[in-house]
Design a protein around this ligand. Sequence first.
Ligand SMILES: [Zn+2]
Length: 69
Amino acid sequence: MAKIKSLKGLGARYGIKHRKQYSKVHFLLKEKRTCPECGSKQFTRDAVGIWSCKKCSLKVAGTAYDIKL
Ligand SMILES: [Zn+2]
């Protein structure tokens, strides 16, 4: 059985389809984004739906479940 690397938290539950979707979103949230205000790459996710820029301290709410494809 093929294992998906660094996919912790779900274990062998919920089936492969859901785990694949989870890992996709998981890595998306960990991914670095560009700040819409200053264009800095230090734009990270603080909590669910809260994104903040470390450079210009801009905080953006929402986008809790957005998936860019
Ligand atoms: Zn910024």
